[in-house]
Ligand binder design. Structure first.
Ligand SMILES: [Fe+2]
Ligand SMILES: [Fe+2]
Length: 220
């Protein structure tokens, strides 16, 4: 059960991190006078991510984990990568929401497909109910930036390959589980890591490419 514990514990870390970072994103959006409906969408997303984090943490506990989250080693603060807050927000938006949340939809759908334990299916169902809205938020907020900030399109051209490179680094080249996953681990929702890259590449070739074609950014 150790790999099951690990899997859900790591997932809880990812969801909690995303909740914390989305709280900060909402604050950046407030500082930049974003449209109020988009700010409220972001606040709702951070609330969803807290629910996901709790569900995943509970699954890790159910599988026997006794660990608390390693809060001091988690990336809970958004790095301001550029002197301009708007440009820093744009790279977060593209990387984590347009790209990250969009790839999360087929990834979680594939994970849910092989799982069979009720509490695992309930967690995946809740996550899958929310993720398409999170992805949509990313693309709508990107459109808002391009409508309202004269430099946004220029920044997008610069930011896209950086964000894409980071996505590939995070998703691709994961070694397969050794020994292979047991039926019990599959029932608990553990998913073969070597398939992450394939799912990402398919999403790049479809959704990312279609959406970015609108901004004249070819990905293929
Ligand atoms: Fe989530
Ligand atoms: Fe999400």
């Amino acid at each position: 059960m150790q790999r099951v514990q690990h899997y859900w514990y790591n997932q809880a870390i990812a969801e909690y991190t995303s909740a914390a970072r989305t709280v900060e994103l909402s604050h950046w959006m407030q500082r930049l006078a974003f449209s109020p409906d988009l700010i409220r969408d972001a606040i709702r997303i951070s609330d969803d991510e807290m629910v996901h984090a709790q569900m995943c943490f509970d699954l890790a506990k159910l599988a026997g984990s006794e660990k608390n989250l390693p809060l001091n080693n988690m990336q809970l603060i958004l790095p301001q990568e550029y002197p301009l807050l708007g440009k820093s927000l744009l790279i977060v938006l593209v990387q984590s929401y347009c790209f990250g949340e969009t790839a999360a939809v087929p990834l979680f759908a594939a994970m849910r497909k092989s799982a069979s334990k009720d509490s695992v299916l309930a967690a995946y169902d809740r996550i899958l109910q929310d993720e398409p809205r999170h992805a949509k938020f990313g693309w709508v907020a990107l459109a808002w930036c391009c409508e309202n900030w004269p430099q946004a399109r220029e920044w997008l051209v610069e930011i896209t390959p950086i964000a894409l490179g980071r996505m590939r680094k995070a998703y691709c080249d994961h070694p397969a589980f050794d020994p292979q996953l047991s039926q019990n681990e599959i029932d608990w929702g553990v998913f073969p890591r070597e398939l992450y890259g394939e799912i990402l590449e398919r999403t790049i070739a479809t959704t990312y490419s279609q959406r970015l074609a609108y901004y004249d950014i070819p990905l293929l």
